[in-house]
Design a binder for this molecule. Sequence first.
Ligand code: SF4
Length: 435
Amino acid sequence: MIRVQAVAPDSLGAALGLIPGAELLAVNDRALEDFLDWEFLTADDAFVLRARLPAGEEVEYDVERPEGLPMGVTLEAPRIRRCANHCDFCFVDGNPEGLRQALYIRDDDYRLSFRYGNFATLTNLKPWDLARIVEYRMSPLYVSVHATDPVVRRFLLRNPEAEAIVPQLTWFAERGITFHTQVVLVPGVNDGAQLVRTLSDLYGIGAAVLSVSVVPVALTEFSKRDLVREPTREECRAALATVAEVAQRALAERGAPWCYGADDLYLQADEELPPAEWYGEFEQRENGVGSVRYLQTRIAAARERLGAGGAGGAGGDWRGKRIGVVTGTAMGALMPQVVTGLAVATGARFEILALENTLFGPSVTTAGLLPGGALLAALRERRDLDLVLLPAESVNDDLVFMDDVDAHALAAQLPMPIKLSYDFADALVDEEVAV
Ligand code: SF4
């Protein structure tokens, strides 16, 4: 059963008489378990919906749905599938106290993997889930593989029950499911010969494995540092050499590199990032793979709207303005490459503010995990800045930072306007994204 949270006015759902609190029970006599059932089973032109209204009345609707017309029904948030693993490097263990409640949940949910690109391990699938993934053709899924040797993978996941991943992915591949995969690199465990084996095994599954990324493990001050450590520069270089070897083979045989190092891996190895063309469609950019080149590409594409050379584009005249760009320390060293193009396009002067994470500790370097408190401390006395761009991924849908600081409350305490931005060009062209 799933429950309606809201119904858009003038929608099909409203015309049927669905209201918030109504329980959606079944479509064509198939019980509805979650949002996926709802989306897939109501995709047809005609179906029978059984629902229970908040007053308790059970209603059956014969629905005829003109093509493309949305139901206009927002469902209550799904119950997230909990993780069955206990990885030493788990980010949840790395969280200090006092964060948003949701950050203490170890989620491992193939439905969110399909829908939002969250990585899942597939270690908590029931037979019913397997059938469903195949029936609904849930592709691509984003899968944390880490290692294909079953013993090593079970060790990394701290889960003796974890199924062998290669047979599992192969079973899905034979049924038409595709995957983007990742290997979180844990030195001394899944690097070296294990990494070679993992990449080779994944490549051997064939075209169903669309890509694999190798991401250096990220730890915080609160992580189990007695059990796991970050890779050294030499270990990152060795991993990149393995990645390059496999990528060259894939390029020759399949026409795309297929295997990518995360930007962070290049940064920690002190090696130059590949050019933008290397990343194709930037399919793992949300995973920090090709993010720098992606930003550069976006800025170049928006150049005209930014006012090319400072003539004042759609978002206003930025010439001579002083604009702060907040990021985490990971991107701090890479950001000048990105911002140079932005300065040329807008005529503004940019200052990169690579902030240390005051909540998780200095080893957490990604911009998306910056707490509101760190931003406030860094910006509240900065009266010399005309505007500050904040990483949009550091707030949730309610515009709240990791440490429960509200973006509007933050804006009210700062001497300059702030804007949330994914790629800088969005904030400088579009006035709508101001906080
Ligand atoms: S799979 Fe590992 S890292 Fe991910 S939530 Fe579970 S324990 Fe944490």
